[in-house]
Design a binder for this molecule. Structure first.
Ligand SMILES: [Zn+2]
Length: 215
């Protein structure tokens, strides 16, 4: 009798724990809940390293990555996808600009080895000296949702590969940009769409939760 009375509750509890065992809930920047499968880390990374000697890679320095820095391109041009950003870095014309991964809704391009310093965060500061830089594309027509999903998966993969804790997954905002001549550019509100009033807040926390879903 007692068993019969409680069995629907027991059933619901078993079902709920099974659900939480195989899935994970996080939130998109607009507050919608996102349910993902734990451990779903299938990734396809296209390696197109900036050629050595190129202006953007003329003085390669080794790095043991301790942080992962997340950026977004703030470029809404419809053609500014991950492939275009890979090409931008291969174009020596810009000079002294480099990061490790460019991500859009359906592709991830790698342009630097994760054991080499890039130029994406804070001039000669620790953001460049110790962090892997990931740029999320914001081109018109590109799904922000899928871009975030790919970025979260990539971040979880890199954390595992380089033994980087979630406390060291940071937005570009984290790094104060002081140029070698002392000029202080302060903090950049980047990635813009994951900032609240120009600073890390709820949206950034939701992104970290999403990364945890892939751990
Ligand atoms: Zn940035």
């Amino acid at each position: 009798m007692l068993l019969r009375r409680f069995s629907p509750i027991a059933f619901a509890l078993v079902a709920a724990s099974f659900f939480f065992l195989i899935s994970c809930v996080s939130y998109s920047p607009d507050g919608k809940s996102v349910v993902t499968s734990r451990g779903g880390k299938s990734l396809s990374i296209i390696k197109k390293m900036i050629p050595l000697g190129n202006l953007n890679r003329r003085d390669p320095k080794r790095m043991k990555p301790r942080y992962i820095t997340i950026h977004s391109t703030a470029n809404p041009s419809p053609t500014a996808d991950a492939e275009a950003h890979m090409r931008l870095l291969h174009n020596a014309g810009r000079g002294r600009l480099s990061w490790h991964f460019s991500v859009d809704e359906d592709s991830i391009y790698q342009t630097l080895p994760t054991t080499e310093q890039g130029q994406h965060a804070d001039y000669q500061g620790p953001g460049n000296r110790y962090s892997i830089g990931i740029e999320m594309c914001e081109n018109k027509g590109n799904s922000r949702e899928k871009t975030l999903e790919q970025t979260a998966k990539l971040t979880a993969y890199l954390m595992e590969k380089h033994d980087i804790p979630i406390s060291k997954v940071v937005p570009h905002y984290h790094w104060r940009r002081v140029r070698s001549d002392g000029k202080d550019y302060g903090h950049k509100a980047c990635p813009g769409f994951l900032m609240d009033n120009g600073k890390p807040g709820k949206k950034w926390k939701a992104f970290l939760q999403r990364v945890k879903c892939y751990q």
